[in-house]
Design a protein around this ligand. Structure first.
Ligand SMILES: Cc1cc2nc3c(=O)[nH]c(=O)nc-3n(C[C@H](O)[C@H](O)[C@H](O)COP(=O)(O)OP(=O)(O)OC[C@H]3O[C@@H](n4cnc5c(N)ncnc54)[C@H](O)[C@@H]3O)c2cc1C
Length: 380
């Protein structure tokens, strides 16, 4: 069951009914291979206009609303969660450019990102700056008309294959070091090294990278927005991106529920389908209720974003609730499937379980969402 709150959502779901099974099949094949970026899936979804779905039309994007985007990500994740990341990461990385870069930078970076020609990355996290993201060690030293960047980033989605990265770092001029700023760094800049992080638990073919900057020289004109405003830009981006993770989580939770219902009706134990057992019915009831709540919280946050009102609190609540609901639903789905859930050759539950887990970690952990929510309530 889906919980449309607008007529705009059903066409997105109908479109995904057409292409979702193909994504699911492609994803299953990639999942069994060593971690590597799924260029074929990325190009397939880019060709359907899904990588630039929310980017402005005048810059080659689809100009879609936040609610349509949330529905899209939910639906892709229903079929194949890593494919939903392949669609989402370019929009995450381009969001600060769309909102804060100058026209020249927008014209240079957005059209090739919207079409899937270029793969962008959003590089905030460092080995010692995760939840404490303001604690940046990467530094851009001013040298005439150039910045010289030194430092390291970790856990960067698509960073290993990126054509450019929005790099958050501090700017050093003489003895003074400014607060965090954002600089656009081409992927082929000399001294910019990238690696794929291996043995990732799930989401394997939407790869995660480690980046090193060793005396990377970029023109000062690559500064994005104002000096010292980078942390603010990053946090604004993450507010919106959290709705995407809530939507992704809702899609995975809904799939876990649907698979469980299907299985419980056919699997026989003690002479009857296990769906007749009250223990199983209660699990289904709890899963279904969480899917309903996660859906509605996610759409509410997206609608607030579309209305141009404050949505940070609702986005954090939706992300927290939906990611924990997805964890619950994937866990219950495995319980309902028994051994046939745990062994990947029998069902998709084993993959879903692995793909889900990161949703409680990235774009701010569940603990960080709770900090954000509490701060909102305690402020007034
Ligand atoms: C697959 C993947 C993809 C990612 N993609 C990107 C990306 O594209 N770009 C990017 O910049 N980053 C990305 N990240 C980084 C991600 O946002 C961080 O992993 C996350 O913010 C947590 O940081 P950390 O891993 O350093 O954990 P830590 O910050 O070290 O946290 C460890 C534990 O301590 C808890 N904790 C920390 N501080 C507090 C506190 N004040 N109160 C309560 N609990 C606290 C955390 O909740 C967690 O449980 C990605 C991560 C992963 C795993």
């Amino acid at each position: 069951m889906v919980y449309n709150v607008s007529d705009a959502q059903q066409p997105v779901r109908d479109m995904m009914k057409e292409i979702g099974p193909k994504l699911e099949e492609m994803g299953r094949v990639h999942d069994r291979q060593p971690d590597a970026f799924a260029h074929d899936i990325f190009q397939f979804i880019a060709g359907k206009g899904l990588v630039g779905y929310t980017m402005p039309k005048e810059l080659g994007g689809g100009g879609r609303t936040g609610l349509e985007y949330a529905t899209l990500i939910e639906e892709i994740a229903y079929y194949d969660a890593p494919s939903s990341l392949l669609a989402a990461v370019s929009q995450l990385a381009c969001d600060p450019i769309i909102h804060h870069a100058n026209d020249e930078q927008k014209k240079k970076y957005i059209p090739p990102s919207a079409s899937g020609k270029w793969i962008p990355a959003f590089a905030l996290t460092e080995p010692n700056a995760g939840s404490d993201a303001a604690n940046q060690s990467t530094v851009a030293t001013v040298d005439g008309d150039h910045f010289v960047i030194n430092g390291e980033k970790i856990f960067i989605m698509h960073g290993d294959v990126c054509d450019f990265a929005v790099v958050f770092c501090k700017i050093q001029e003489g003895d003074s070091r400014d607060k965090v700023s954002a600089i656009l760094v081409p992927g082929d800049a000399p001294g910019f090294k990238k690696a794929t992080l291996m043995q990732k638990m799930g989401m394997k073919y939407a790869t995660t990278g480690r980046l090193w900057f060793s005396n990377v020289r970029v023109p000062k004109s690559n500064l994005m927005g104002e000096v010292g405003k980078g942390f603010k830009y990053a946090m604004q981006t993450l507010d919106g991106a959290r709705i995407g993770i809530a939507a992704q989580s809702t899609g995975m939770a809904r799939r876990a529920l649907d698979e469980s219902i299907k299985y419980a009706k056919t699997r026989q134990a003690f002479g009857a389908p296990i769906a007749k057992l009250q223990a199983i019915q209660w699990m289904i009831a709890d899963m279904a209720t969480k899917v309903a709540a996660a859906s509605l919280m996610t759409y509410k946050a997206a609608q607030l974003q579309d209305a141009g009102t404050k949505f940070g609190l609702e986005a954090a609540q939706a992300k927290l609730f939906a990611s924990e609901a997805a964890n619950f639903c994937c866990d219950r789905a495995m319980q309902i499937h028994g051994g046939y859930g745990y062994i990947g050759e029998f069902s998709m539950i084993e993959k879903l379980y692995r793909d889900q887990r990161v949703s409680e970690i990235y774009e701010g952990t569940s603990e960080v969402q709770r900090l954000v929510i509490a701060a909102n309530y305690l402020r007034g």
